[in-house]
Design a protein around this ligand. Sequence first.
Ligand SMILES: CC(C)(COP(=O)(O)OP(=O)(O)OC[C@H]1O[C@@H](n2cnc3c(N)ncnc32)[C@H](O)[C@@H]1OP(=O)(O)O)[C@@H](O)C(=O)NCCC(=O)NCCS
Length: 176
Amino acid sequence: MRLRSVQAADHNSFFGHQADPEAVRMGGYTPRGRKENREHWLSLLADPTVNARTTWVDDLNAGHVSAWTHNEKRQIGYVIAKDFWGQGVGTAALAAFLDEEDHRSLWAFVAHDNVRSLRVLDKCGFERADQPAQDTSDAIHVAMRHDAAATRPAEAGRAQQPQRDPDIQELSRSTA
Ligand SMILES: CC(C)(COP(=O)(O)OP(=O)(O)OC[C@H]1O[C@@H](n2cnc3c(N)ncnc32)[C@H](O)[C@@H]1OP(=O)(O)O)[C@@H](O)C(=O)NCCC(=O)NCCS
């Protein structure tokens, strides 16, 4: 597993990952339509405060990890393609991302019954924040916070050490 820059075609893969019914149920979110998803990614990539990375496994797009600022909180989110679940990819991707993303505190708002995601966050050093759960129209979300310097969980050693690939160009902001 390695993280790389988001490429022009990646939003097509991201659309399928986030639209999977099991991912939707697990994540407790409303999936985006194809056009909405494409516009979403183009707006993220046009925003210099957003840090978005593609999770790349064996030459395949296996999802993404991103950070953005909302309500003065630096938040993270991730979706891994279902074919890769349970192989340590989510943990390795988040651990690698925490090495790259300097901002602390980092926040994650997670459906309270998303045990996989809560486990990934726990392994990567996030802790339950002292905040009331938020009851959205999709799910009850709990707040998780990462304050300390990034620590790499032992489990992430299963995956290949991630590294930036300078040869891969960022998605052109002008790409339609
Ligand atoms: C959540 C998600 C990122 C996890 O990715 P992943 O690659 O499967 O994660 P990993 O394999 O690194 O780790 C999953 C952990 O959950 C554990 N797990 C899986 N099913 C579980 C269950 N039913 N109960 C408890 N733990 C469970 C695994 O055992 C593993 O922990 P371990 O390494 O200690 O054994 C992925 O399932 C996903 O993208 N889901 C849909 C979108 C989503 O929920 N995004 C997060 C929104 S906050």
